[in-house]
Design a binder for this molecule. Structure first.
Ligand code: FES
Length: 124
């Protein structure tokens, strides 16, 4: 079962997720589903000027999905929309350290959901 050992950083974000929960009056939100396993992640953002003032997530998924959700909120908070849009799923996984190889697909939600939320904002 060695392939399912998570590093400390991943476990920390799973056990103490940052910015988790519903956001009242979000300016934009987006939900993405992971086609591999059916897990779902929702990102909500509040924008001030062109900055992400606040960001929350709700994720129905595994340890890696929750940890990447938590990490992407930390990476995006305070960033301009343009900077936040450039965050990739790879950046998020890298910031967490390594994910077990069979869990790498779980990191494919976080940055996608963020980008989708920002794009929906631009459409308003
Ligand atoms: S098993 Fe579904 S996101 Fe990890």
């Amino acid at each position: 079962m060695n392939n399912l050992v998570y590093n400390k950083n991943v476990l920390d974000h799973f056990q103490n997720p940052r910015n988790m929960g519903v956001m009242e009056n979000a300016d934009a939100e987006a939900t993405v589903g992971n086609p591999t396993c059916g897990d779902v992640m929702k990102i909500m953002i509040k924008v001030e000027g062109d900055r992400i003032e606040d960001i929350n997530f709700q994720t129905m998924g595994c340890v890696a999905a929750i940890a990447t959700s938590s990490m992407v909120t930390e990476m995006a908070k305070g960033k301009s929309l343009d900077e936040a849009k450039k965050i990739t799923n790879k950046d998020v996984a890298k910031a967490l350290g390594e994910l077990p190889p069979i869990k790498v697909h779980c990191s494919n939600l976080a940055a996608d959901a963020l980008k989708k939320a920002i794009e929906s904002l631009n459409k308003k």
